[in-house]
Design a protein around this ligand. Structure first.
Ligand code: DX5
Ligand code: ZN
Length: 222
């Protein structure tokens, strides 16, 4: 599976989103990770539909929209219309997962399901044939800047064994070192917020993350 870097704009300068996105584009980011929080599913509130819509007009990189919200089924269409390319919802949310995946696919978007650190992969196995990606959270969702939980790696190993051709994304605490651990476990899509936007040179950091992930993957193939 191709290695992809998905910078999370949660850690970017919200007063200058256009230039922050340009940095990602210039750096060769494969996706833009947009964290949507509703203050209900997670104890934090971030950005929503109108911001996604506005950013879509100024950025060509596909949008990887991570919905940390209750009732994602209700909002899937609005995010699709706003410009989400991948719509990722949590299996722990209260929407019916099959109906939600089918809705996202009917809207012509890629469907992904996220699991929190303490959720096992059993619930997503029946959905795998319809999903483009599974997001294994490597921190508790809700805030950027937390530490990577290595305890989530066995889930990725297990998932990679049963789903060779699916994107496995990790999100939370990814930096130049932890990206190697996650890549070794079988992840191939790496979200990074603080590591990219709080670095002196975000462009360079995206390159380092990609290179470290790729080198580690190569080692596991040897
Ligand atoms: C956390 C979000 C993450 C967050 C990651 O709930 O889903 O996408 O932005 O931030 P870092 O990379 O700083 O851990
Ligand atoms: Zn996220």
């Amino acid at each position: 599976m191709d290695i992809k870097i998905s910078p999370s704009i949660l850690a970017s300068d919200y007063a200058n989103l256009q230039s922050e996105l340009e940095k990602c584009e210039k750096a060769g980011a494969d996706l833009i990770h947009i964290d949507v929080m509703d203050g209900h599913f997670v104890p934090n509130i971030s950005i929503g539909i109108p911001v996604v819509e506005a950013l879509k007009k100024i950025c060509k990189v596909p949008f990887d929209v991570h919905l940390m919200i209750s009732d994602p089924l209700k909002y899937a269409e609005a995010f699709a219309n706003a410009g989400a390319d991948i719509i990722c919802f949590h299996i722990e949310s209260d929407s019916d997962p099959v109906k939600t995946v089918d809705k996202i696919l009917a809207l012509g978007k890629k469907a992904a399901v996220a699991i929190k650190p303490d959720t096992d992969i059993d619930g997503i196995i029946p959905l795998l044939n319809k999903l483009s990606m599974v997001l294994v959270m490597t921190v508790e969702p809700g805030f950027g800047g937390q530490s990577f939980m290595e305890s989530t790696m066995p889930k990725i190993e297990k998932l990679r064994k049963i789903a060779e051709h699916i994107d496995i994304e990790v999100d939370g605490g990814i930096n130049a070192e932890t990206v190697k651990i996650a890549s070794r476990a079988g992840a191939n899509v790496f979200v990074a917020g603080s590591a990219v936007f709080k670095s002196d040179d975000p462009c360079k950091t995206v390159g380092i993350l990609k290179e470290n992930a790729a080198n580690e993957k190569e080692k596991t193939l040897l």
